[in-house]
Design a protein around this ligand. Structure first.
Ligand SMILES: NC(=O)c1ccc[n+]([C@@H]2O[C@H](COP(=O)([O-])OP(=O)(O)OC[C@H]3O[C@@H](n4cnc5c(N)ncnc54)[C@H](OP(=O)(O)O)[C@@H]3O)[C@@H](O)[C@H]2O)c1
Length: 206
């Protein structure tokens, strides 16, 4: 059976998933947004940051999200930012399809991540990701623009937001431009932990 299409992001309480510019990315706001992730054992192991780290519900959620993902789709700006930051063994360990106007040969990393650059639109990228994922799920990894394209096209089945206790004031807003007349949500789960609240929704057509 084909898997689901989902996204899972950290969002500020006022609705932003990233600062305006990638130069700002590693500065205070981004660190605060992602503060809940950095101490987790699974995150540390996956990014080769050394042993140890916290276990518990946040860690389980990050691990479960990784394990359900058979392939990912991402936008070119997320890829560009990640290319600077990911270790040589990029943390996906599955195929990643980058939607972009840039033509580029596939880029294979040690550890099983292979980036494929898709120039013929979001549906083509998703078809290729579904094929690669088999019966596992496809994650629309980000960023905001790419997630929104998939939501507005009716191609997302569900999503999870880790709502972080931080206010951005400006930046990349997750749902800026959403086709609100088309998208209806059903709350599946709400799970608070010490650091964030994990909110999961199914996406329905209105
Ligand atoms: N908070 C979180 O959990 C989270 C998660 C993921 C990402 N992020 C952040 O999100 C930010 C990036 O998001 P973003 O919204 O700026 O950009 P994005 O969605 O990553 O990338 C947008 C770019 O992808 C390409 N693209 C998208 N759709 C396309 C299409 N249909 N056809 C061809 N090319 C297409 C275009 O680039 P070209 O024209 O150059 O090809 C477009 O400018 C980063 O700062 C990242 O760190 C945050």
């Amino acid at each position: 059976m084909a898997g689901k299409v989902f996204f899972s992001v950290s969002m500020s309480l006022d609705g932003f998933i990233a600062p305006e510019s990638s130069e700002e990315l590693m500065k205070r706001q981004w660190m605060e947004l992602q503060r809940w992730v950095f101490p987790l054992r699974f995150f540390r192991e996956n990014l080769k940051l050394g042993g140890g780290g916290e276990e518990g519900r946040d860690n389980d959620i990050v691990r479960e999200t990784f394990e359900r993902t058979g392939a990912s789709v991402m936008g070119k700006r997320m890829f560009d930012a990640g290319e600077q930051m990911w270790p040589e063994e990029a943390p996906f360990h599955t195929p990643v399809f980058v939607v972009t106007h840039t033509k580029r040969d596939p880029w294979e990393r040690p550890g099983g991540t292979a980036f494929h650059f898709v120039n013929d639109g979001i549906e083509s990228a998703l078809d290729q990701a579904r094929e690669a994922a088999g019966d596992r799920d496809v994650r629309i990894a980000g960023g905001g623009a790419t997630i929104l394209e998939y939501v507005n096209a009716g191609l997302v089945d569900e999503f999870t937001i880790a709502l972080s206790p931080v206010l951005f004031g400006s930046g990349i807003r997750l749902f800026e431009g959403v086709d609100a007349g088309r998208v209806a949500l059903e709350q599946i789960r709400a799970e608070p932990t010490q650091r964030v609240t994990h909110l999961t929704y199914a996406v329905r057509e209105r």
